[in-house]
Design a protein. Structure first.
Length: 232
């Protein structure tokens, strides 16, 4: 590459980084407004992230069925297109609204803030945000959540934490999902846990199968505990 071209490339990268920094600053400003609002209403906000298809919506459905008589719950779900996930979650008997991002690969705090008036937050103990399925972009956007929970499906392969470290660094919990498939896949729970904890020593790890309803007691107990802590 010529010196001139390499300078242009470097400048292009710097401009891009400035734009990103400004975008993230604006995002964090709104995320803090959301966080303050959730503190006012004692609503626990959980941001659910993962690659596409790791089982987020299925987990929301099963969690709603198990906890809806114990906690007042609602979900906000982001996808590039369609209302399908919100429809599925509503079938479980809780409020769910779809944010259609129209091509954007993550949710931003501004998008969440815009739909918050649709929820009666005073009457909600636990609000989930199901983020767009993507292990990269959503990692950089704080949505004002109390906790970030990342699903790591057995079908994705156990090498993902080291390849996509930011998501695991910024998460509080890694839920190893689709555990019912463990007997059929070359996936090591120990290896993925070690890799993820090398990146984030404090990461909590749970193993679940939403389909077979395994590991959901520990997950639901964790949620109830966190709601109680927030409301204490
Ligand atoms: N074997 C198995 N399949 C599961 C489990 N949970 C979900 N699935 C299947 O995985 C596929 C994707 O599940 P979804 O819940 O739609 O995943 P998602 O993460 O919400 O997908 P996106 O919103 O598109 O990113 C569906 O075919 C589910 O039936 C599980 O615990 N075990
Ligand atoms: Mg989904």
């Amino acid at each position: 590459m010529s010196v001139e071209k390499s300078t242009q490339t470097a400048r292009g990268t710097a401009q891009c980084e400035n734009t990103n920094i400004n975008l993230l600053k604006a995002n964090d400003f709104v995320a803090n407004i959301i966080r303050d609002k959730m503190t006012e209403t004692n609503t626990l906000l959980i941001n659910i992230t993962s690659s596409a298809g790791s089982g987020k919506t299925t987990l929301m459905q099963k969690t709603a069925t198990r906890l809806k008589n114990k906690l007042r719950m609602a979900v906000m779900v982001g996808d590039l297109e369609t209302e399908r996930d919100a429809d599925r979650i509503r079938e479980s008997g809780i409020q769910a609204l779809q944010i259609v991002t129209g091509g954007i690969c993550h949710l931003e705090a501004q998008m969440v803030h815009q739909v918050l008036p649709e929820y009666k937050l005073d009457e909600i103990d636990l609000l989930f945000i199901e983020n767009v399925g993507n292990l990269v972009c959503p990692a950089s956007f704080d949505l004002g959540e109390d906790y970030r929970v990342t699903l790591m499906a057995t079908t994705e392969g156990d090498d993902k934490p080291k390849k996509y470290p930011r998501m695991f660094l910024t998460s509080d919990v890694m839920l190893i999902s689709k555990a019912d498939l463990l007997p059929y896949l070359p996936f090591s729970v120990d290896a993925v846990t070690k890799d993820a904890r090398d990146i984030n020593h404090e990461l909590e790890v749970m193993v679940v199968s939403a389909l077979k309803e395994e590991g959901l007691d520990a997950w639901c107990d964790w949620l109830v505990d966190k709601v109680q802590q927030k409301q204490a």
